[in-house]
Design a protein around this ligand. Structure first.
Ligand SMILES: [Zn+2]
Length: 328
């Protein structure tokens, strides 16, 4: 790994990259230009897919449930294999008359580096399938294969790749708890983990944060989130530009609908943040009938596509190794 002056060479570098979207074998892609070369690891979508399946097999990850405890242990143990330090930020909060234990899981690389970035997602799943038209299903919790587990799985695979070849930036992965606990329209009881960590930040504050949510659908479409544009437009455009250079058509360079999410809590605490989210799923407004599964019992492995995991993961790996250190 070498330091490069990104302003003058990143575009030629990116345009010369060749990635295979169908070959998920582990390899590094060497990016050449006239003078320098950068090694960008190749994201393994098979491994990322298995990390989703592993989370889902615990069942719904509802605070205070055994599945939630088991999944937390799995996530901490897995991240400990890769990160320099893993820390559970635990707190209790009374929600809807229940005393609940929440845990934000924080895995850090290059812990002594002052310049840091955050990559984050939520690891809990929703306690109610309240968008389900079948009333008997609507009271049950969801598996959250896409709503929660997909973002976490991409982060774990990124952590695994970073452990093999450390980039020149400090990285903190944060898995938020309690993102999806709120009943419909009760905004205060959503984003419980991200609100807590934003108010009790246990680390050196990062330059910026990148949130992943709903990032695993077979036919995913990622548009500019309006709040992300207002918080850090250069960061957002940089990531979409990389995806375009790599030929990932899931990333559309146009503004989509706005949506409240964990990044808003970080922004409120002064941390510039963007959200990569397939927002057409939210509210079940997409025309594709298969894609109308948000907050229903159908948010399962059937909707997950390895091509999408690869597109998001490879875009982020390329960003981390070539541009993350040059954006503030
Ligand atoms: Zn949700």
């Amino acid at each position: 790994m070498i330091r490069i002056n990104i302003t003058c060479i990143v575009l030629p570098i990116l345009s010369s990259m060749i990635f295979s979207c169908t070959n998920y074998s582990e390899k590094k892609t060497e990016v050449n230009n006239d003078k320098e070369s950068i090694l960008v690891p190749e994201f393994n979508a098979d491994t990322a897919y298995s990390y989703i399946a592993n989370q889902v097999q615990f069942g719904p990850r509802i605070p205070n449930s055994q599945s939630h405890k088991n999944c937390k242990a799995y996530l901490s143990k897995t991240l400990k294999q890769f990160a320099d330090t893993v820390y559970d930020q635990q707190f209790n909060q009374n929600v809807y008359g229940k005393d609940l234990l929440f845990t934000n899981i924080i895995a850090s690389f290059n812990s002594t580096k002052k310049e840091r970035i955050v990559l984050c997602a939520h690891w809990d799943s929703r306690p109610y399938a309240d968008e389900d038209k079948d009333i008997s299903l609507a009271v049950l919790p969801i598996l959250g294969a896409n709503d929660g587990a997909s973002g976490v799985s991409i982060l774990i695979e990124l952590a695994r790749q970073i452990s093999l070849n450390n980039p020149d930036v400090g990285i903190d992965f944060i898995l938020f708890d309690g993102e999806d606990y709120g009943k419909s329209h009760d905004r205060y009881n959503y984003f419980i983990g991200s609100r807590f960590i934003a108010e009790h930040y246990p680390l050196q504050k990062p330059k910026y944060a990148i949130l992943l949510d709903l990032v695993g659908d077979k036919d995913a479409q990622f548009r500019f989130d309006p709040l992300s544009l207002s918080s850090h437009e250069p960061l957002l455009r940089s990531i979409w530009d990389i995806a375009k250079e790599l030929g990932f058509s899931q990333f559309k360079s146009e503004t989509g609908n706005g949506v409240a999410d964990d990044h808003e809590m970080l922004i409120n605490a002064g941390i510039k943040s963007i959200n990569i989210i397939d927002v057409q799923l939210v509210g079940n407004i997409d025309e594709n009938p298969r894609r109308k599964y948000w907050h229903t019992s159908k948010d399962n492995m059937d909707n997950i596509g390895k091509e999408t995991l690869y597109a998001v993961g490879q875009t982020l790996l390329t960003f981390i190794y070539t541009k993350s250190m040059y954006i503030y």
